[in-house]
Write a protein that binds this ligand. Sequence first.
Ligand code: BGC
Length: 457
Amino acid sequence: MKTSTSPPFLWGAATSSHQIEGHNRHNDWWAWESTGAIDGGVRSGAATDHWNRFREDLGLARDLGLTSYRFSIEWSRLEPSEGKWDSAAMDWYSELIDECGRLGLVPMATLHHFTLPGWLAEQNGFSHEGAPKRFAAYASRVARSLGSRVPLWCTVNEPLVLATGSYLGRFMPPAQYDPKAASQTCYNLLKSHVLAYDILKGEISKREGPFRERPLEVGFAHNMLHFVPERHYHPLEIVVARALSGLYNDAWLAAVNGEKQRFGLLGVLPLAPQLAQARRRRTFDFIGVNYYTKAYVQWRPRAKSKERAAELPLGISFARRRETASDLGWAIDPAGFRHMLAKLRRFNAPVYVTENGIADANDQFRQAYLLRHLREVAHAKANGLDIRGYYHWSLLDNFEWIKGFWPRFGLYSVDYETLARTARKSAYFYRELIDAHAPGAPPDPEILSEFDLFTQS
Ligand code: BGC
């Protein structure tokens, strides 16, 4: 097994720039929020004021015994107008990385987590053919300024969510129904990823700082959903669930593995052209998987279009009635996580769980959620998957995109009046779990079972 040569296992938590920093006024979400697009007309505003409180927040991560921190770099801060770079913003990320180093937190940086500089959004964002070149210029700046001290990189976060959310599901700006633009976005995100992969690998030659010995690994964060037919006997739902899983879960992984690109779905998404630069080569060092829940696929030919997903006779729901679910109504489905991790085995590659967590304001399910998903990590590891880290989403409550601030994903709660951070019980639980393992050891099934307060798992 490969595992004996793996670097120490990383226990982490994840965040993203726009969700915590505050006042990211040069990006497309900021503009979209001002049109009243977010539930209740909420705006991200100061968010958690992480921009001014990052030392405190990293200290909170350290207090949990975490050994890694995943964050994203806000492109719109570094390049607020096209071709004009803000060196003070770059200095801030540099300080953040140094602070991680001082606290023993291995930094994992994401170059793109949903938000776009406003000027690029005005040029149609990633659906525009010029976007990958702009992204490459940004990646190159970042690589040269910050690259030597950051061992772990995600190029893009959840490319399929971005493409489908922006141009099919309409829960992200520009919120248009435009399948052709969705398909172009898939193509351009793949191209952006490939360019950034080559840039990061090529331009980070010198390694510095406390983590210089850790291998430089470049990957991405890919959302995976466990698609199941609403009615297990319904032939169309079975077929559609399989097709959706193929597009949403499998197509990106095949593409970055140099295989045939399948960004298309009959009647939904026109097939994107093949990107030659991605064929017959692998453009990742690790697979990052973001896993939250399952998706029930419903065939609903008679439903009114606003009840359906996009313009199709389809419905998606994330839990059945009476099924235990998060505040967002997402079922707790660790078995689905097992299936998704099993899909990754064929790549024989390092894996990081780059996000996993639950919206749970009362903190009633989070401990069980954590334990049961870590158990799947341990199970996959025992079955030969080279899992090198787990990042809980999220370190602290934050701006949950179109929903605003009410969904609470944090290990730490945030009081949005005072901006005070308070550890939830599950934060202490996570710390105890980590402490029970030897430094750098992966989740151990026997140790986890000692924490097994939850009989029905
Ligand atoms: C995204 C996060 C988001 C989380 C919960 C993930 O898909 O990467 O930004 O907050 O899900 O919805």
